[in-house]
Write a protein that binds this ligand. Sequence first.
Ligand code: CP
Length: 323
Amino acid sequence: MSLLKNNKFTTVKDVADIEGLMGKALHYKSNPFVDKDLGENRKIGLLFLNPSLRTRLSTQIAAQNLGMEAVIFNVDKDGWRLEFEDGAIMNGSTSEHIKEAAPVLGSYFDILGIRSFPTLQDQEEDYREGYLNAFIQYCGKPVISLESATLHPLQSLTDLITIQEEAAGKEKIKVLMTWAPHVKPLPQCVANSFAEWVNAWGKAEFVIANPDGYNLSVEYTQGATVVHNQEEALQNADFIYVKNWSAYEEYGMMPGLHADWMLTNEKLALTNNAKVMHCLPVRRNVELSDEILDSSNSIVTKEAGNRVWAAQAVISELLKMNS
Ligand code: CP
């Protein structure tokens, strides 16, 4: 029985059994090479339209642990500039249409992973996920989102297994996702995705704290308690998920810088000695203070290490579905 319900991994909605997938990821953490022949003679193409450290390397290692060959292609730097618009007259800066590029890539690989960030210019266009959906439509192979315009499912699966490990059987946990300051507008995708997964998991009291003007789309936050008072939200938290995002409503804007929302030891004292998470990269002393990041409460590097096992579980399920 597959742990995925669709032949792709782009959202928690593609998952049939969240706990099963988390269990599989943690099983791979204990036994990285148990399925080392599963991907023999098969290839995964990891396509990046934007920069990455963790996603790129952890997904490559995950595929290699399963015996697959992983090929990384920086589409934005090394490929032809892609056109996505249907019916476009390509007399401008784009040289290759997705209708040719995607099926060609699909013919080279058994699975494709794609990273494609939002423009933060046009909410309707970004939330339509045009780039990701065009690859899915035209490549003919299972697609894994390596972070799209609206979601980052490999990160969220990682975050849940990290919480599960750290909670170590605790019956009731409070997870707080708090907005943090930043110097430039960032996508909402990590925050949307974390909300979507924690809500679907349903094993935690889930609170989101953000300043006025930074509410996320209710499509993802429904089920969570959304508050605008960070200190109140920190009370009794067991896990604090720190993340900046730009405004969803006043799309892509930064309606207030709120430097005082950065987490400090003084604020941490309000919590249940909470573990602090962040997807990384993080801007020190802007989003998160040195005193937090350098403390034993920070589990950000352990969290990043777990990216391998989440990716391995997902690739493994797709290999089995397509064997
Ligand atoms: N968290 C995350 O996706 O990291 P990278 O952008 O480095 O891949």
